[in-house]
Design a protein around this ligand. Structure first.
Ligand code: XMP
Length: 522
C-alpha cells in the first residue's frame, strides 16, 4: 500500500444521498485534518471498506424516506458496528431503520434556528447549551426510533438531534456543514475525533510526502508530459511532479494569445527560472487569432479554441515523444471532478463539459498521472503553498479555458485584445491594492463591449470603445452576486482606464447576479 493510500485510511466515509451540501461535509472535516471520502449511497460495502473508515456520515438529500424507490441505508452500514452520523435525510434514514416515524412537516423549515441541548453528549462536547443551526427540510421525525434518546430540540423540531442510548449512532436534522451553522465544524469534529476516534493527520505536508512517493512509484524512470496553463491546478501539479521526478518532467505551455497581461511571461519566469521546470514554450497566438477572425458566436469560439489547443499540445507531445519517448501525461484533475455524485444529473454533466474547454481529451495515448485527484480546490492551494509556489499563482482567481476570447465581444483583433488586457490589468491591480482580489471577491475581470459611445475629452468629441467591469462574490460559481465594490475604487479604476487605455472612453459596472446573468458575458 502506498503512503498516500495509508493516509486516506482511518477517516470518515460520507455516503452521498444527493444533497447540494455533501461535498461541504468532506471539506469541513478535511479542514480539520480528518480525511473524508465521498461515495455514492449505493457504493458496495467492499468499496467503502477499502478506506478502512472509522465512521460513516449519511448526507442529506432531496428524497423522502417513505416514498417508493427512495434511496436506502445499506444494511452493512449498521451491521458493521461503525459509528454513524445521519444529517437531515441521513437522520431520517437512521430513524426509519429503527422504527421511528418520518412524515411531511406541516410546513417546510428553512433558515436559522436555535438548538437547545437536553444534556451532555459526545456530539456537542465543549459546545454551548444552545447553538444557532441551519435547517432545510420538508420531512421531520415524528416519533423517536427504538433505543434512541433526544439530544436537542429547536422550536420546530422536537428531535433536532438524537443519539442511540448504547450504540455510537447519531442523527441531526440541521446542516452542520454549512457556514450558517457557526459551530458546525466543531460538531463534525466531535463526531470524527471523539465518537469515531479518527486521528487528525490529513495535512498538506503529509499529502506532499505521500504524493511524492506515489508519483515516483507510478512513474519509475519514465518521462512525463504536462500541459501547463498558468491556472492553480496545473501549477501545483507541475510543482509536485518537479519535486518528485525533476528532469523526467517536461511541461508544455501553449500561449494562445488569449491570456491576461503579463501572464505568459509570469509562467515562464516562475516555472522555468524559479522552479527549474523543463518548460517548452509554444507560441500559437497567431494561429488562434487567425482562426477566430470573423467568429462572433461564443460556442463557436469555444469549439475553435478547444480544437486548436489540443492540436498545439499534440504537436509538442508528438515531437517530444519522438525525441525522448514519453509514457505518461500528468493532469491537474481535482476531487470535485472525480466524485461520482448522487446528485449528478444529465444537466449537471452538460454544464461540466461546456466548461471543460481548454482541457485535453482522455485518449491522447498516454497513461495518466493525476496527483491532485484527492484534493478539493482549497486543499490544492494549501499544497501549492507548502511547495513554495508564489502567492499570486496559488490564490489566483479562476480563468476560463477560452480566455479573453469570450471577454472581447465583437471583432477579435490583436489591437482590441491589447486594449482589453490593459483595462483588465488596471482593474486587477487596483483590486489587489485595495486587498479585494483574494477572499473578498471570487472573480473579477474587464470585458470589451462591441459598441462605441460618444465622449468628450478636452475640446474634442470622441467616439470610442466601452469597457464593462465584472466583479462577483460566489462560493461555487453556480450562483453569484455582483460585488458591492467601494465607489471610490470604481471611480479610480474608471478614471485610470479612460486616461491610460487609448481608444476607451467609457467604463460601466455590471450589477447583475447569476442567475439570471452568467458570470462571463459569453
Ligand atoms: P458562467 O459564465 O457560466 O461561468 O457563469 C461560471 C464559471 O465558469 C467559467 N467558465 C469557463 N471555464 N471554460 C472554462 O474553463 C469555459 O468555456 C468557461 N465558461 C465559463 C467562468 O469563468 C466562471 O468561473
Amino acid at each position: 500500500m502506498s503512503a498516500l493510500d495509508d493516509l486516506r485510511r482511518g477517516g470518515v466515509v460520507i455516503l452521498d444521498y444527493g444533497s447540494q451540501y455533501t461535498q461541504l461535509i468532506a471539506r469541513r472535516l478535511r479542514e480539520q485534518q480528518i480525511y473524508a471520502e465521498v461515495l455514492p449511497h449505493h457504493a458496495a460495502w467492499e468499496r467503502i471498506q477499502q478506506h478502512a473508515p472509522r465512521g460513516i456520515i449519511l448526507s442529506g438529500g432531496p428524497s423522502s424516506v417513505y416514498e417508493e424507490g427512495a434511496p436506502r441505508l445499506p444494511r452493512a452500514v449498521l451491521e458493521s458496528g461503525l459509528p454513524v452520523l445521519g444529517i437531515c435525510y441521513g437522520l431520517q434514514l437512521l430513524a426509519q431503520a429503527f422504527g421511528g416515524q418520518v412524515s411531511a412537516a406541516a410546513r417546510r423549515e428553512y433558515g436559522s434556528a436555535m438548538l437547545r441541548q437536553h444534556g451532555p453528549s459526545l456530539l456537542f462536547d465543549d459546545l454551548p447549551a444552545s447553538l444557532e443551526v441551519w435547517m432545510s427540510h420538508g420531512d421531520h421525525l415524528e416519533s423517536l426510533p427504538a433505543g434512541f434518546i433526544p439530544l436537542a430540540e429547536s422550536d420546530n423540531s422536537p428531535y433536532a438531534a438524537i443519539g442511540h442510548a448504547e450504540r455510537p449512532l447519531f442523527g441531526v436534522q440541521f446542516h452542520p456543514e454549512v457556514r450558517h451553522t457557526p459551530q458546525g465544524s466543531a460538531i463534525l469534529a466531535n463526531f470524527a475525533l471523539r465518537v469515531c476516534g479518527c486521528v487528525p493527520r490529513w495535512t498538506p505536508a503529509a499529502f506532499v510526502d505521500g504524493a511524492l512517493e506515489s508519483i515516483r512509484q507510478q512513474v519509475g524512470q519514465e518521462r512525463v508530459l504536462l500541459g501547463l496553463s498558468g491556472g492553480v491546478d496545473s501549477a501545483v501539479t507541475a510543482a509536485l511532479l518537479n519535486k518528485a521526478i525533476g528532469s523526467q518532467l517536461t511541461a508544455v505551455f501553449v500561449n494562445t494569445g488569449l491570456l491576461r497581461l503579463g501572464e505568459p511571461e509570469e509562467v515562464v519566469r516562475v516555472f522555468r527560472h524559479e522552479q527549474g521546470v523543463n518548460l517548452v514554450y509554444h507560441d500559437a497566438s497567431e494561429y488562434f487569432l487567425d482562426a477566430l477572425q470573423g467568429v462572433y458566436e461564443p460556442e463557436a469560439k469555444r469549439k475553435i479554441i478547444g480544437r486548436l489547443f489540443v492540436e498545439a499540445f499534440q504537436a509538442e507531445a508528438a515531437r517530444l515523444s519522438q525525441a525522448e519517448g514519453v509514457r505518461f501525461l500528468a493532469q491537474g484533475t481535482i476531487y470535485p471532478d472525480v466524485i461520482e455524485s448522487a446528485a449528478d444529473s444529465a444537466s449537471a454533466q452538460v454544464i461540466k463539459s461546456h466548461h471543460n474547454v481548454g482541457g485535453l481529451p482522455a485518449d491522447l495515448g498516454f497513461e495518466l498521472v493525476e496527483p491532485l485527484r484527492d484534493l478539493f480546490k482549497d486543499e490544492v492551494r494549501r499544497v501549492g503553498e507548502a511547495l513554495g509556489l508564489p502567492h499570486a499563482i496559488v490564490w489566483r482567481q479562476p480563468f476560463p479555458g477560452p480566455g479573453l476570447a469570450i471577454r472581447c465581444l465583437g471583432d477579435l483583433t490583436l489591437e482590441r485584445l491589447d486594449k482589453l488586457r490593459q483595462a483588465d490589468a488596471i482593474f486587477l491591480a487596483e483590486l489587489a491594492q485595495a486587498g479585494m482580489l483574494t477572499g473578498e471577491t471570487a472573480q473579477c475581470f474587464a470585458v470589451l463591449l462591441p459598441v462605441k459611445s460618444v465622449g468628450v475629452m478636452g475640446d474634442n468629441r470622441t467616439y470610442d470603445e466601452v469597457i464593462a467591469l465584472r466583479a462577483v462574490v460566489s462560493d461555487d460559481f453556480m450562483t453569484a452576486d455582483w460585488a458591492r465594490l467601494p465607489y471610490e475604487l470604481l471611480a479610480r479604476v474608471s478614471r485610470r482606464i479612460v486616461n491610460e487605455v487609448r481608444g476607451v472612453n467609457r467604463v460601466v459596472y455590471d450589477i447583475t447576479s447569476k442567475p439570471p446573468a452568467t458570470i462571463e458575458w459569453e
